[in-house]
Write a protein that binds this ligand. Structure first.
Ligand SMILES: [Zn+2]
Length: 88
């Protein structure tokens, strides 16, 4: 089946076709071994005041930024909920 030819080398999010395939292959491999990939990719425990984290090395940052200062990873993820500082 010949779909409309799109660029195979870039996607809207800026991830490469190769990167997508690699992630898919890794996810399948982990599932075969009975490892839940989602658990591995889950957010680390959020530290107070932190808004984004690095999915690779789990460094956390209090200000939104694009890349990780620790490992250089370029796609930091936002925590799903903002940190709620408990005030008593
Ligand atoms: Zn990092």
């Amino acid at each position: 089946m010949a779909k409309h030819e799109k660029s195979k080398f870039s996607s809207p999010r800026g991830t490469s076709w190769y990167g997508d395939q690699l992630q898919l292959a890794l996810t399948r491999m982990l599932e075969k071994k009975g490892v839940n990939a989602k658990l591995l990719l889950a957010a680390p425990e959020q530290e107070a005041g932190c808004v984004v984290y690095c999915p690779r090395c789990h460094a956390q940052y209090t200000k939104a930024r694009e890349d990780c200062a620790d490992c250089g990873y370029g796609e930091l993820l936002a925590f799903e909920e903002p940190a709620t500082a408990e005030t008593h």
